[in-house]
Design a binder for this molecule. Structure first.
Ligand SMILES: Cc1ncc(COP(=O)(O)O)c(C=O)c1O
Length: 357
């Protein structure tokens, strides 16, 4: 089979070593005569996998000791609701910056729990920028942000410094750049972009902020319980966590966060320069807010779509179709995407521009 360049937005590309390691462990885990997916989650083998995954997150992201690291289920979508249940007091307010479809879903799920204030929004321009002008009030129980807007291709570059808990959905840019964990009280991220397969969601939580909502929270949605039980309240998604652990090892072996960030900047720069200089295309996100993970662009003339799509397919480019809310194209260039694949897309765009009309 010829090489496929995987630009899917999520689930998305994983390093070949990670896929190979995961496949091997499904066959047999570390010569124990059993598959990863048929051993007890309370076995010493799995406990050591969970420990390693948690310590790698702590090491790679430099997570302070008073933060817990959990691998839960339910996707970031359940995180939307759990955020409000665990952080919004009865009669309190959850504040949200609305930067796109995923923020809107977070808002919707929080409204089921209580009062939501939308403190800034870029909906007026189809979410093509990050709103920055808003003041943070100490009357709010928390401020919720979406660091990277997977659909609209925008990314927060500077996070607000705040005296209230800041909670951030980092599903589509976790592990892609250096962040200061102490600027946040909870970070959550569905695994299926930079971390591993779908099936688990990473939570990084400041323990001092837990247990303050005063609500009677069902056990499975109660972050204090998950923290007390070390992410083992019930049977964890063993395959997803193992694969995340392999990805975390891969990140470490490939230079850690600094190296990931540098590579991601280079890849994004390569593609954005082509978009800006090629007469056939234009970017959809405000330049200063452009995402280094999801690069969104459109054809200046939609009539050329069939021809460009055909050229992409012929060189093995897969998954660049834009989301229906934006149209055009979206190239997701997560950590595991090699620069060579971005170069193939850039070359195809160049060649397309030189085709006779
Ligand atoms: C930024 C962001 N938040 C949340 C989600 C939803 O994640 P999940 O499917 O894990 O619930 C996604 C999925 O693409 C996303 O990109």
């Amino acid at each position: 089979m010829s090489k496929v360049h995987n630009f899917n937005a999520g689930p998305s590309i994983l390093a070949p070593e990670v896929i190979e390691g995961a496949a091997n462990a499904v066959n047999e885990l570390d010569n124990i005569g059993l598959s990863l997916i048929e051993i007890s989650h309370r076995s010493k083998e799995f406990i050591s996998i969970m420990d390693e995954a948690q310590s790698l997150v702590r090491e790679i992201l430099d997570v302070p000791d008073n933060y817990s690291i959990l691998f839960l289920q339910g996707g970031a979508s359940l995180g939307f609701h759990m955020t409000a249940l665990n952080f919004m007091k009865e009669g309190g307010i959850g504040a949200y910056v609305n930067t796109g479809a995923w923020s809107k879903k977070a808002i919707k799920e929080a409204k089921i729990v209580g009062n939501v204030k939308i403190v800034a929004s870029s909906e007026d321009a189809n979410f093509n920028y990050i709103p920055k002008e808003y003041a943070v009030s100490t009357n709010w129980d928390y401020l919720h942000l979406t660091s990277n807007n997977t659909i609209f291709g925008t990314q927060i570059k500077n996070f607000p410094v705040s005296r209230i808990p800041v909670i951030c959905d980092m599903s589509s840019d976790i592990l892609s750049r250096k962040i200061n964990i102490s600027d946040f009280d909870m970070i959550y991220a569905g695994a299926q972009k930079n971390l591993g397969p779908a099936g688990t969601t990473l939570y990084i939580i400041n323990n001092d902020c837990l247990g303050k909502s005063g609500r009677n929270i069902p056990s499975m949605l109660n972050l204090s319980i998950h923290t007390e039980k070390g992410s083992m309240f019930n049977t964890p998604p063993v395959f997803a966590i193992y694969t995340c652990m392999l990805t975390l090892k891969w990140v470490k072996e490939n230079g850690g966060i600094e190296a990931m960030e540098k590579r991601n900047e280079e890849k994004a720069q390569l593609l954005y320069s082509e978009i800006d200089s090629n007469p056939m295309f234009e970017g959809t996100a405000a330049r200063e807010d452009r995402s280094n993970m999801n690069v969104t662009f459109v054809l200046k003339d939609e009539a050329n779509k069939e021809e460009f799509d055909k050229m992409c397919t012929s060189v093995g480019i897969s998954g660049v179709k834009g989301h229906r809310d934006v149209g055009g194209y979206r190239a997701s260039i997560y950590n595991a995407m090699p620069k060579e694949s971005v170069q193939v897309l850039v070359n195809t765009m160049k060649e397309f521009a030189t085709q006779p009309a």
